[in-house]
Unconditional design. Structure first.
Length: 275
């Protein structure tokens, strides 16, 4: 082979190698670009937002609150007691993760309300969670003297002011739903003039199964309903996804009581005297 032929051979070999490298790179690049995509996981639809402040209505006078007024798509999910501090923590995390709006009826003697205050307070400050009065020890108020009724409500009122910086009036929930004219009169004198009961019930004040809770939610999560649940037992913490799926499927808007009703001025005696 002449020197010229040798040089031509080397040039051709180099060109072939370069072309092969480019082809391999292009093929590899095409393989990456053309590879089958992984499974697409749909993002769950967001919960519908609450109605704006302009839609709030005046509180009904002289009645027990069990449902929300009018025809609409609102759901007032209320949760009582706080026996189990872990359930309180997980309910609050559930609210934070999903945007569900809740009204907590606080039995303030339970340590869960102190232990979870740091997690609850930001959601209270934003208005996503509302705190209301469920007495200090969960006593049957109809079995107490007027002074004892007042103390039950005043103790929790002071706790909510000192721990969370909120005025919980005018909503109180008498334990077991038991109240009478005497109880209502004492409560009203303290600014708690709206006995708040319920029309739907998750029935989880006692320990029941997850399936029973979901079944009760299916029956209770309906438009304009006030629904009661409890912060006492763990099964509800394992069905949050199913509960929120019911809300999404029915296109309900979860609301606190403050989302629905105008706040009456000077609900609390201290506020009235200050004014």
């Amino acid at each position: 082979m002449t020197e010229l032929d040798r040089r031509r051979f080397l040039v051709a070999l180099a060109a072939t190698v370069a072309a092969g490298g480019l082809a391999s790179h292009s093929t590899a690049h095409a393989d990456v670009q053309g590879s089958a995509p992984g499974p697409i996981v749909p993002t769950p639809p967001k919960l519908l937002p609450p109605p704006g402040p302009g839609s709030r209505v005046a509180l009904p006078g002289g009645t027990v609150l069990k449902t929300l007024p009018g025809d609409g798509d609102l759901l007032a999910w209320t949760v009582d007691d706080g026996v189990d501090t872990e359930v309180v923590r997980l309910y609050t995390k559930f609210a934070k993760d999903t945007g569900v709006r809740l009204t907590y009826f606080v039995t303030a003697a339970y340590r869960s309300w102190t232990e979870n205050a740091a997690a609850i307070r930001p959601l209270v400050d934003s208005g996503q969670i509302q705190l209301a009065n469920h007495t200090w020890t969960h006593a049957d108020l109809t079995r107490l003297s007027s002074g004892q009724v007042a103390q039950e409500l005043k103790s929790t009122d002071a706790f909510l002011r000192n721990t969370y910086g909120v005025d919980a009036t005018p909503y109180f929930r008498p334990p077991y739903g038991h109240h009478n004219a005497t109880v209502d009169g004492v409560a009203a004198d303290l600014g708690y003039r709206v006995p708040t009961l319920w029309h739907g019930d998750l029935r989880d004040s006692a320990l029941i199964s997850e399936a029973e809770i979901v079944s009760m939610a299916s029956a209770s999560f309906t438009p304009q309903n006030v629904v009661i649940g409890h912060l006492n037992h763990t099964p509800v913490t394992r069905v949050y996804g199913q509960l929120v799926d019911i809300i999404r499927a029915r296109r309900l808007r979860t609301v606190t009581l403050n989302d629905v009703f105008l706040r009456p001025e000077s609900s609390h005696p201290a506020s009235r005297s200050a004014g």
